[in-house]
Design a protein around this ligand. Structure first.
Ligand code: SF4
Length: 346
């Protein structure tokens, strides 16, 4: 969904893009070399981006404990993400679809075209107890594909009609397209947003978050949401060890989040699950080869940095947030599983 040549990453562009599209019907049973998803989906290609349209097998998905996020449940219209952040932990999902979590992640997007309908059904189930739902954990729910598919309005309406609390996670200004819907939903349930801003250095953003809006633009989105009455915090994710974890980096990010009126700041140190690890380490070897042994010491063979390091970062961010007055009125999240998480939630 590359927009026309005048579009830039970070533009808020409510207009539908002009796209060239080709369509391929599902080819059930075709050769084993084809990715599994390709044999099950209707495939459309928009200006070089392949979209696999599939029915949602389940709308509500458990958030893995290892994600260390303050949500137990998530729902996402998309798998894969054009922003193509080098560290994205959602990359691993592509592996299960028979796709390359590296190169395919930003160019082959799974689209759950009936997500809203499926979500309505699951929210109405007597087994569902109305827990808060996070939107956009397997791919930004306001990525460029949303300009074509318009799935989020249906998802927001489904949650609002069920009066089910939810939080939208995004790096995209496109969320402002749905501001009125979010405000309507906030009249009947708890609605929040988290914009992800791990650092505010735009040169670094171009290197590791090539398709994402600038940190400045994201913070403007945060400010606009808060001014409109949608409580929006900053997910400081990820903090890149030895790259964006200096006091200067942390301070600049927390200060700018405070200036944007963020209601909370939640630091998340880089996680390196399989899929993300290979891709990120390849970048690190290329751009910062001297840091590779230090990462190996910090992560070992695991996917999270050693606990002492994570606790130190969480404490630093907590202290900075206090200095800048963030979170004094922030609501407390319901789920707190680990000491690291308790410190991380401000
Ligand atoms: S914007 Fe979010 S979902 Fe998309 S690639 Fe970046 S981290 Fe992943």
């Amino acid at each position: 969904m590359r927009r026309d040549a005048t579009s830039r990453a970070g533009d808020q562009s409510p207009a539908r893009p002009r796209v060239r599209e080709t369509v391929q019907e599902p080819l059930v049973g075709e050769g084993p070399a084809r990715p599994r998803i390709e044999r099950q989906a209707v495939t459309r290609v928009f200006d070089g981006i392949t979209c696999y349209e599939v029915p949602a097998r389940a709308a509500l998905e458990r958030v893995p404990e290892a994600a260390e996020l303050p949500f137990a449940w998530g729902a996402s219209p998309y798998r894969g993400c054009e922003a193509g952040c080098g560290y994205c932990t959602a990359r691993r999902g592509h592996r299960y679809l028979g796709l390359d979590p590296g190169g395919d992640f930003a160019t082959k997007i799974v689209v759950k075209t009936d997500l809203a309908r499926r979500l309505r059904r699951e929210l109405a189930s007597p087994r569902w107890d109305g827990e808060p739902v996070a939107l956009g954990l397997t791919g930004d729910c306001y990525q460029p594909a949303e300009e074509i598919y318009h799935l989020m309005p249906g998802v927001i309406r489904a949650l609002a009609d069920a009066a089910n609390p939810f939080t939208v996670l995004t790096k995209s200004p496109l969320i402002l397209r749905d501001l009125d819907l979010l405000r309507d939903a906030a009249k009947v349930t708890q609605v929040g947003a988290l914009v992800s801003v791990g650092f505010v250095d735009d040169r670094l953003r171009r290197a590791v978050e090539p398709g994402a809006a600038t940190p400045q633009r994201r913070l403007e989105v945060c400010a606009t949401l808060n001014e409109a009455g949608i409580p929006c915090g900053v997910l400081m994710a990820p903090i890149l060890p030895l790259i964006t974890d200096s006091t200067d980096h942390l301070q600049a990010t927390v200060r700018r989040a405070a200036e944007a009126g963020a209601v909370s700041v939640t630091p998340v140190v880089l996680r390196l699950p399989a899929g993300a690890r290979e891709w990120y380490m390849r970048w690190l070897e290329r751009e910062h080869p001297g840091l590779v042994p230090r990462y190996q010491a910090l992560y070992g063979k695991g996917q999270v940095a050693e606990e002492g390091y994570r606790l130190r970062i969480a404490e630093q961010v907590r202290a900075l947030a206090e200095t800048y007055g963030i979170g004094r009125d922030a609501r407390r999240w319901r789920r707190r599983r680990s000491p690291a998480r308790q410190l991380a939630l401000v």
